[in-house]
Write a protein that binds this ligand. Structure first.
Ligand code: HPA
Length: 285
């Protein structure tokens, strides 16, 4: 019987070992930074920086706004592993390839994943530049079969049928809301809908996504979160609302990747403050 191509545990470990060979630090928290948000990792003291192309099997992003390197360093008293840039399904990678970095984090012993993305705001209360804590997601490609868990299950990595009742840690969400309140940073909470892209949504698609309960829409994150939950990690997700994604936009409105990247950059100071405040509230080892 022909099965789909899957990474073996040995291949995942080859990637993990390539990272171990380049650092003496032991990260406990992973951060995946999305479109235009990569500069968050730029100022860590004594960073170990590993370009993605030095890691076997690692997917590299082909999209502008996503740089391709991994940084290990200290942030608010934690040792963190930061991914500056991620790969997307629309680039031609399989869901398994997109999520290899999360598997590698698992093998490195990381138990907490913080994931950010750029998203279109479908909730009429949202404005470009707002932040949304992800309470739940709808993984449309995943529900249609494009899930990283398709194929033989590696029981040593996680269960065949992982529970998704609380995909985004209630405890981490609580800490994030506390951190946001302490710094007067407005923080919406809502449902992230994941689509395959790369075309932005039609008005009818946005109406559909709103009706099924979506507050924001983007082209990433859900596959990584599925693997993180399979791996037993606690997940915190934050969307930066880079644009409005409403079914009835004012006449003449168009959406471009440039707009998404530029708005992402404007949000960086607030998102940085928020992430630092969240990390300060996380228990130190
Ligand atoms: N749709 C999908 N993905 C996105 C959007 C959007 O409006 N904005 C940023 N990423």
């Amino acid at each position: 019987m022909v099965m789909i191509e899957q990474f073996t545990v040995a291949q995942i470990d080859a990637a993990a070992n390539a990272i171990r060979g380049r650092t003496r630090q032991h990260p406990t928290i992973g951060l995946i930074l999305g479109s235009g948000l990569s500069s968050l990792g730029d100022n860590l003291p004594h960073p170990d920086i590993i370009p993605y192309h030095d890691i076997p099997h690692w997917p590299t992003s082909t999209v502008s706004g996503h740089s391709g390197q991994l940084i290990i360093g200290a942030l608010e008293g934690h040792t963190v592993l930061i991914l500056q840039g991620r790969a997307h399904f629309y680039e031609g990678y399989t869901p398994q390839q997109i999520t290899l970095p999360v598997r590698v984090m698992q093998r490195l012993g990381i138990q907490t994943l913080i994931i950010t993305n750029a998203a279109g705001g479908m909730n009429p209360a949202f404005q470009p530049g707002d932040l949304m804590l992800i309470r739940d997601h709808i993984n449309l490609p995943g529900m249609a079969g494009h899930t990283p868990l398709r194929g033989r299950n590696e029981d040593q990595l996680g269960p065949r049928f992982p529970d998704m009742t609380v995909p985004y840690s209630a405890h981490l969400r609580h800490l994030a809301q506390e951190a946001a309140a302490a710094h007067n940073i407005p923080l919406h909470e809502g449902v992230y809908t994941c689509v395959a892209g790369p075309s932005y949504e039609t008005p009818a698609e946005l109406r559909f996504l709103q009706r099924i309960g979506g507050d924001a829409v983007g082209m990433s994150t859900a596959p990584e979160v599925v693997v993180a939950r399979h791996a037993g990690m606690a997940v915190l997700g934050i969307s930066t609302i880079t644009n409005l994604a409403l079914p009835d936009p004012p006449p003449g409105t168009i959406l471009s990747h440039t707009e998404v990247i530029e708005m992402g950059k404007l949000v960086i100071p607030r998102l940085t403050t928020l992430l630092h405040a969240i990390l300060r509230r996380l228990p130190h080892e």
